[in-house]
Design a protein. Structure first.
Ligand SMILES: NC(=O)c1ccc[n+]([C@@H]2O[C@H](COP(=O)([O-])OP(=O)(O)OC[C@H]3O[C@@H](n4cnc5c(N)ncnc54)[C@H](OP(=O)(O)O)[C@@H]3O)[C@@H](O)[C@H]2O)c1
Length: 245
C-alpha cells in the first residue's frame, strides 16, 4: 500500500493523476489552500479505491505553509512512497514586467515553494532510499520566450533543481521525475483559445501516473512536446527574435 502526497491536490492535472493512481489503493495526503475542495477530492478518491485520505489546508506561497505541510505530512505518514508537486499559477507576463513585486510573487509560488518542499522531502527520501518524487514543471522552462519568461524561468529553476537532486540521489532507488506538460485545458488556461495542440487533464494525468509507475526522469506530455521543444530550443536567436512567441 503506497503513501502518496499531492501538493496542489485539486489542480485539474493533479486530480486527474490521482484518479489514475487511486484504483491501486493507497493512502493519500492532499495539500491545497481550500479545505472544502480538498475534502471533495478526498471523497472522490475514496470512491475510486483510495484506502485512506488525509487533507491539509496550507498556503504554499509562504515558507510557513511549506514547513507546516511537511510537518503535518510526516506527522501522518512515517514514510512517503510518492510525492507529486502540482501547485502553481500562470502569472500575467506584462504585469510582471511592470512590477517587480508580481515577478517575485510568481517566483515564490512557481519556484521557491517547490524548492523548499523538495529540500525537505529530499532529506526524508534519501534516508528511506526508495520512492518517487514527481514535479510538474512546464515546457515553458525549455526556452525563455517574451510571452511568458517569468513563469518559464521559475519552472526552469525547478527543472535544474530536479536535475541536481536526481544526481544527488542516483546511488539510491529514489526516482526524480520532471513532468513538462504542453498546453492543458484547465482552470489555469481558461482564458486561452484552444487548438489542436491542447490536451485534456485526463490525458496528462494518465501520462503522469504511468511515469510514476515506470520511474521516468524527464517526461513531456503529451509526448509530441518533446519534439516541438527540441525544435524551439534549437531555432537560432536571429530567427527566434523575429517571432512573437
Ligand atoms: N494548464 C497548463 O497548460 C499547464 C502547462 C504546463 C504546466 N502546468 C502546470 O501544471 C500544474 C497544475 O496546473 P493546472 O493546469 O492543473 O491548473 P489549476 O487547475 O489552476 O491548478 C493550480 C493549483 O495550484 C494551486 N495553488 C495556487 N496557488 C497556491 C498557493 N499559494 N498555495 C497552494 N496551492 C496553490 C491552486 O489552488 P487555488 O485554486 O486555491 O489557487 C490550484 O489547485 C501547475 O504547476 C502548472 O504550472 C500547467
Amino acid at each position: 500500500m503506497k503513501n502518496i502526497v499531492i501538493f496542489g491536490a485539486y489542480s485539474a492535472i493533479a486530480e486527474a493523476t490521482a484518479r489514475h493512481l487511486a484504483p491501486s489503493g493507497g493512502r493519500f495526503f492532499l495539500v491545497g489552500r481550500d479545505s472544502g475542495k480538498l475534502d471533495q477530492v478526498a471523497a472522490d478518491l475514496k470512491v475510486r479505491g483510495a484506502t485512506e485520505t488525509h487533507v491539509f489546508a496550507s498556503d504554499l506561497a509562504v515558507p510557513a505553509g511549506v514547513l507546516a505541510s511537511i510537518e503535518a505530512l510526516y506527522g501522518t505518514f512515517d514514510t512517503v512512497d510518492v510525492a507529486l508537486l502540482a501547485h502553481g499559477t500562470l502569472p500575467d507576463q506584462k504585469a510582471c514586467e511592470a512590477d517587480a513585486g508580481q515577478t517575485l510573487a510568481a517566483f515564490e509560488i512557481n519556484g521557491l515553494s517547490h524548492i523548499g518542499l523538495l529540500t525537505l522531502l529530499a532529506e526524508r527520501f534519501e534516508t528511506q532510499g526508495t520512492g518517487t518524487i514527481a514535479v510538474i514543471t512546464s515546457v515553458s522552462g525549455d526556452r525563455g520566450r517574451q510571452s511568458n519568461y517569468v513563469y518559464g524561468a521559475a519552472k526552469r529553476a525547478v527543472s535544474t533543481f530536479l536535475d541536481g537532486l536526481r544526481h544527488r540521489l542516483a546511488a539510491t532507488s529514489v526516482q526524480v521525475i520532471d513532468i513538462r506538460p504542453g498546453f492543458v485545458d484547465t482552470p489555469m488556461t481558461a482564458a486561452f483559445d484552444k487548438g489542436p495542440l491542447w490536451a485534456s487533464p485526463d490525458k496528462v494525468g494518465a501520462d503522469i501516473a504511468r511515469a510514476i509507475e515506470k520511474g521516468r526522469t524527464v517526461v513531456y506530455t503529451p509526448w509530441f512536446w518533446r519534439y516541438i521543444m527540441l525544435i524551439i530550443r534549437n531555432v537560432p536567436a536571429f530567427v527566434f527574435h523575429k517571432t512573437k512567441l
